[in-house]
Design a protein around this ligand. Structure first.
Ligand code: HEM
Length: 341
């Protein structure tokens, strides 16, 4: 019996030890960390740190960790920077993100919205100069419309969720509170992360499909010089796409769209050895390009809907009226019908 008890006590002892040892190690590690001991090593060079209760986020302590007041941590994880607990450049990134990107980006979006509203109030919708003929011309195939609408719908979703992620703290939280903002942002983040690759894939299909028709030709310069007659009301001839559309295609869709896509994939899939600094740079490019593209997209969406009579019909049904084709794309009209104005 006494041997049994002794054995049991030894076991309990082992169990207790098994529980106590890690507990003690964690406590020691925490205590020692504060006293310049990290990752199982004592740094003799580290200055003594006085532990002062600092509330739940212990900002001063973590600032010490960030400024490497303690010995570098040791970990068996093999990813880059795995032993860097707090990366200093993160603070610079945060200041850029919460400073210029949020502030200037916000003003840019607002300025474009005001400019388009004023333009609409002053100029109104560009009307057709001649009555519709009822004769229709094929402007976009089913494939082109499918690609366009997948890109358009996913872009709008990405823009809405992306803007919530950037401005939610300033616009949603003060009105609806922290919990509502947090819940909305959780949804926004997930929608954003999953919609991004879909947008990128269809964006590439769009670029491949329309690149040829968006190459610049000599007629485009007249359109550019006269700003497409948007102010004077003149009819400026153009091919299948005019200079304004080509500018949107190359600068907005191709350069900004691809920048957003590539940087978005770097952020979405941090599995290829990206460091935190790579991700921070990717984020700055991603957010800046997205804000410029959203600003440009306002112009495109305006002119494709209430800005110009008959434009949306082409993208909705695939067909446009001859009167619309003659007025807005005279060179294209001539090419496909063989008729002059
Ligand atoms: C969501 C709202 C949108 C609407 C209502 C809209 C509407 C239109 C319309 C009506 C056209 C035909 C114009 C014509 O016949 O010449 C068009 C063309 C086009 N759209 Fe959109 N669009 C939207 C969003 C987008 C987005 C988000 C993108 C790209 C990211 C985009 C890229 C294009 C391109 C590339 C063209 C062909 C003209 C060109 O090459 O510039 N659209 N759109």
């Amino acid at each position: 019996m006494s041997r049994l008890i002794a054995c049991w006590m030894r076991r309990v002892g082992r169990c207790t030890a098994a529980l106590l040892v890690p507990l003690l190690m964690v406590t020691a590690a925490y205590g020692a960390e504060v006293g310049s001991y990290r990752g199982g090593r004592i740094d003799p060079q580290a200055p003594a740190v006085m532990v002062v209760p600092q509330g739940h986020n212990a900002a001063a302590f973590y600032d010490g960790v960030r400024r490497s007041l303690y010995a570098p941590g040791v970990t068996s994880i093999q990813t880059p920077e795995a032993n860097v607990l707090i990366q200093s450049e993160g603070n610079t990134w945060r200041q850029i993100r919460n400073g210029p990107i949020t502030v200037w980006g916000g003003w840019l979006i607002l300025a474009v919205m005001v400019a388009i509203t004023l333009f609409y109030l002053v100029k109104g919708t560009i009307k057709l100069h001649e009555p519709t003929t009822g004769r229709k011309l094929l402007r976009f195939t089913v494939y082109e419309r499918l690609v366009h609408w997948v890109v358009a719908i996913s872009f709008v979703l990405l823009a809405l969720t992306g803007l919530s992620l950037l401005f939610g703290k300033h616009l949603i939280e003060p009105i609806f509170g922290t919990s509502v903002n947090a819940a909305l942002l959780w949804v926004a983040k997930n929608v954003h992360n999953y919609t991004g690759p879909l947008f990128g894939f269809f964006l590439v299909l769009m670029i491949v499909r329309w690149a040829k028709d968006n190459l610049f030709t000599s007629v485009d310069w007249l359109w550019a010089k006269k700003f497409g007659g948007l102010l004077s009301g003149e009819e400026i001839p153009s091919g299948r796409f005019n200079f304004g559309e080509k500018f949107w295609f190359w600068v907005g869709v191709t350069v900004l769209g691809l920048t957003i896509t590539v940087t978005g994939l770097i952020l979405d899939f941090p599995l290829f050895g990206q460091t935190r600094q790579d991700m921070q740079l990717a984020h700055i490019f991603h957010a800046s390009a997205a804000l410029f593209m959203i600003a440009m997209a306002f112009g495109h969406i305006y002119i494709g809907t209430i800005g110009s009579e008959g434009s949306l019909e082409g993208m909705k049904t695939g067909y446009v009226d001859e009167a619309w084709a003659k007025q807005h794309h005279a060179v294209w009209y001539q090419e496909i019908t063989g008729r002059r104005q």
